[in-house]
Design a protein around this ligand. Structure first.
Ligand SMILES: Cc1cc2nc3c(=O)[nH]c(=O)nc-3n(C[C@H](O)[C@H](O)[C@H](O)COP(=O)(O)O)c2cc1C
Length: 326
């Protein structure tokens, strides 16, 4: 359990999930200004069979959300290149390396990486084991529950454990299920019974009650949250507060700073229109949090300010009202 230390009041270790696209570096850095999570995971770096590892590796920046640690996630199936990439991540200061065994994208699975590893537990073992042997830092793996179905679930879990990894994170949906049906938390419970290494539970935690229920129903050792943090960037603080026996009231200043940091990371030269649209994309998720916000969604997302500063001046007070900010 050393890698997943509990917080005060018994609150489990909380991890911000990797989310390519939506939860990119801008989002992670903005999230770090709000804080509340114990570790982040960079979205996957794909290591194709013709990869030039040094030029790929520079895309991982260990200090991106410092002082919060950021794990490096890699995806691929060429054992030598994956080992080389793991070493490069270690040299760049990664606190741990996570093997992606879940990405459902066809361009990825076509090459035998990501969720394709779930079709062949022996090969999954070999890839994970190549990483474990290559570095001194902990290696972990993030798995879906299967490729087409869960028939190899146990084999995959045991293969991952036998490779020598430190823990698994389980998002209990198959590749075929995509994001359709609810995550099958029963499989997290099953993994807990099956494995000696810790299991991080992931999938469909959208609020504090979901977090408590997952812990209770599965006995998992730590929690990873993805979409729930885009819908509510304060979710980690809210979970911690519940363990401390209090309620968390988000502050207006935090929200302003969150968007300020997000916008400031956009390169100079990016058209104002693009900046406005990117902020609107992020706000589109925030509106899913509650009814009051949903009723404002249309007017905010169709507002026609052409300059991002003006748009934020218009949108943030409305957002604050809907989120009941202090
Ligand atoms: C837009 C998006 C991008 C994602 N990118 C990654 C990724 O790069 N690596 C990964 O392991 N999982 C990725 N995932 C899966 C999430 O990390 C997580 O397992 C999944 O969303 C379920 O958790 P949640 O219900 O808390 O969002 C992605 C999910 C989304 C929605």
């Amino acid at each position: 359990m050393g890698l997943l230390p509990k917080n005060s009041d018994g609150c489990p270790y909380l991890i911000l999930a990797p989310m390519e696209g939506v939860g990119d570096s801008w989002f992670r850095v903005a999230m770090a200004t709000i804080g509340g999570f114990d570790e982040g995971v960079r979205d996957f770096l794909r290591v194709p069979s013709n990869a030039h590892v040094p030029s790929l590796a520079v895309r991982y920046l260990a200090s991106e959300i410092a002082p919060i640690p950021l794990a490096a996630q890699i995806m691929g199936s060429d054992l030598d290149l994956m080992a080389e990439m793991a070493k490069a991540m270690e040299a760049r200061g990664a606190p741990r390396i996570d093997l992606n065994c879940g990405c459902p994208s066809n361009t990825v699975t076509g090459r035998g990486a990501g969720s394709s590893l779930l079709k062949d537990p022996d090969f999954l073992h070999d890839v994970a084991s190549a990483l474990v042997k290559a570095v001194k830092i902990p290696v972990t793996a993030k798995l879906r529950s299967g490729f087409d179905d869960t028939s190899l679930f146990k084999e995959n879990m045991l293969a991952a454990e036998a490779s020598g990894i430190a823990y698994v994170t389980l998002h209990p949906r198959t590749k075929a299920e995509g994001y359709g049906p609810p995550a099958n938390w029963g499989l997290i419970q099953e993994a807990k019974k099956l494995l000696k290494i810790p299991v991080v539970g992931n999938g469909d935690i959208l609020n504090v009650d979901d977090a408590l229920r997952m812990l209770d129903e599965t006995g998992c050792d730590a929690l990873m949250i993805g979409r729930g943090s885009v819908i509510n960037p304060f979710i980690f603080h809210e979970i911690k507060a519940r363990f401390a026996g209090s309620d968390y009231r988000p502050q207006w200043e935090q929200m302003v700073r969150f968007f300020d940091v997000y916008v400031r990371q956009m390169e100079e030269g990016v058209p104002e229109r693009t900046k406005v649209n990117k902020v609107k994309q992020l706000m589109g998720f925030l509106f899913k949090k509650n009814e009051k916000l949903l009723s404002m969604r249309q007017s905010i997302l169709t507002a026609d300010q052409k300059e991002v500063g003006q748009f934020l001046e218009y949108a943030l007070p409305r957002l604050a009202e809907g989120l009941d900010l202090a």
